[in-house]
Design a protein around this ligand. Structure first.
Ligand SMILES: C[S@@+](CC[C@H](N)C(=O)[O-])C[C@H]1O[C@@H](n2cnc3c(N)ncnc32)[C@H](O)[C@@H]1O
Length: 228
């Protein structure tokens, strides 16, 4: 296992399910795990579904083990998911946290529709918290919908599912406390937002190429924050 330290922040190269329980309690786990959805098909829209082959190759459509969301290890959790996952994920979270709510962000440039699914121009994420970790900024701010262009992650960072800075900045502002962990950090979008906001970030990623991108992005965010 490799650990890179960037100021007070720690980035781990390795498996989230093995590493996260060893890191202790954080104020919030903010995660964008592999979604569970049908990535095949698309008919004549297939060519326009950019990033889908990489998603299949990296198994980013096969879902994740919900047990990584552990109320003993975090005061609050923010978890992105596909619309189809909500029915299973919400009961799991509801039993483990005081209150879960479903929030949305709006994508200006969604992938074309496939498999008779809705055009995914609004993406959900669940924000749930235990007592003492109520979101910052009140409920209006929590439910505010950020409209953003999907990050063109494949072209810029070689990753098919990079979250936009505006979305991550808003989510980090909603989270109370100082320590934030992202066990599926990909290219480090949560880390960039957390570091810029003066929080202490811990991230885990098992793909060495994405890990290197996360280290570069978080280092730049840290240096920017130091010189501000
Ligand atoms: C949906 S992507 C996250 C993208 C990220 N939000 C960003 O903006 O770059 C999920 C990431 O989790 C990583 N991943 C999947 N399973 C993992 C595991 N067991 N341990 C660590 N990382 C894992 C994948 O390699 C992928 O980069």
């Amino acid at each position: 296992m490799t650990v890179v330290r960037i100021g007070p922040h720690r980035l781990y190269l390795g498996d989230a399910y093995g590493i996260r329980p060893t890191l202790g309690r954080m104020d919030a786990d903010v995660m964008d795990p592999p979604y569970k959805f049908r990535a095949e098909g698309g008919g004549h829209y297939r060519k326009a579904r950019k990033g889908m082959e990489q998603i299949i190759e990296e198994k980013l459509h096969e879902g994740f083990d919900h047990s990584i969301i552990n109320p003993l290890l975090c005061g609050a959790v923010v978890v992105f998911c596909h619309n189809d996952q909500l029915a299973k994920l919400l009961p799991y979270i509801d039993g483990n946290f005081e209150r879960p709510v479903v929030c949305m962000w709006q994508k200006i440039n969604p992938q074309p529709v496939a498999n008779k699914h809705y055009r995914p121009d609004a993406e959900p994420y669940i924000h749930a918290w235990s007592r003492g970790h109520h979101p910052s900024g009140g409920m209006n701010e929590l439910f505010r919908i950020v409209t953003a262009r999907s990050s063109r992650g494949k072209e810029k960072f070689g990753h098919a599912t990079v979250k936009p800075d505006a979305v991550m900045d808003k989510i980090v502002r909603n989270v109370r406390g100082s320590t934030i962990c992202d066990p599926f950090m990909g290219t480090g979008s949560t880390g960039v937002a957390a570091i810029r906001a003066g929080r202490t970030f811990t991230g885990i990623e098992h793909n060495p190429r994405h890990f290197a991108t996360a280290v570069a992005r978080c280092t730049a965010a840290w240096e920017g924050q130091q010189s501000a």
